[in-house]
Design a protein around this ligand. Sequence first.
Ligand code: PEP
Ligand code: CO
Length: 449
Amino acid sequence: MENMSNWSKTSWHNFPALQQPKWPDKQRYDEIVQTISELPPLVFAGEIRDLKSMLAKAVKGEAFLLQGGDCSEEFSRCTAPNIRETLKVLLQMAVVLTYAGNKPVVKVGRIAGQYAKPRSADMENVNGMEIPSYRGDMANSIEPDAEARIPDPARMLKGYHLSASTLNLLRAFTRGGFGSLHRVQAWNQEFVKQSPMGRSYERMAVQISNAIKFMETIGIETDIPRLKEVQFFTSHEALFLGYEQALTREDSITGGWYDCSAHMLWIGDRTRQLDGAHIEFLRGVRNPLGMKVGPNYDIDTILKIIERLNPENEAGRITLITRFGYRDIEKYLPPLLRAVKKSGQQVLWTCDPMHANTFKADSGHKTRDFENILSELRCFFELHWVEGTVPGGVHFELTGDDVTECIGGARQLSDAQLGQRYLTTCDPRLNAEQSLEMAFQIAEMIRSS
Ligand code: PEP
Ligand code: CO
């Protein structure tokens, strides 16, 4: 068993931490981390435990995880309409998936703190200039200017405050009736009417309406808090460890440590070294943890990491988010499924069909094709069914906005149209229509299972 007596929220300092911004002024950085550590936590440990127990159900196939949001949130886009639209599309997707899968959908946003990005190179070439890479709004500015790219720790403080504002609005919306079943279903009917693929989605939309009507007919009140309030959780990549450390607090009820910057945190594919600082930090906090696993994985290392992060083999603690690409998933997923199954480790398996399906379009935009995303998802479900493991969730980069970043979908968004509303500062996201369409497509897959 792992030894917790040698863990503290600063023990990661003794391990190599990849992907950290080079903060120019160490003293200023320390001051900001100190300031954040004195501010209130963003989420409460009790909520984190609720999420973990819901994820534990998903491990057994009794619930399904829907995780999604921006690749990289931006300070300048922290507005009520943006937050509302992202929440709205996730809730719409969740209703479709709940009905099709016949099980509760656990809703987790990549939101209210997704401000830190890992990059493949320290420098990038923008308009012929070699400047430091953009590492997310919590580190530096997207502006293509060497000065603006110098990391500024005050951005972490700003990120904290904007996360708090975002979370506040999410809580208001989800408690205040915005996400009531009736409203979400009305939005879905509207979508079906407008989609060029409307006909094929209409059947399910009608069935959902009928199910709601049936409940009302037999006297089940649908205008009740349980159906008007939704539980919504937040997540982001735990990347900048000083920030995460500052929000790590000891829970007065259980005495355990929780990273209260979000309910769920994930470890990126680039920072999951067994003896790296990220694993060291995260092993000591009790949040549910996601871990991205891309094609470069080594099975033994993955098993050792899981063991280190979850020595008690608690269900709901670990979510493996696989991202192999539609061409390679058949090669990489089955051996991993078998090895983890054999080890007896309880993990929740989810699929990120975005990150290994990125390519550069002829127009020069970084994009993803709806068909490839769907194809990786289809393989994900089928491979799990073959192996007898549980395909327990999906992970998307999406927005409620009407962007043109991924090609394909019912409107056949083309390469030539990518320039119209290409707004992402990092990876291309599904727009609202494409996201909902994805949900209907997944629904078809899981219903025929
Ligand atoms: C991400 O989720 O935005 C990301 C960087 O993913 P990965 O670590 O899988 O590359
Ligand atoms: Co991304």
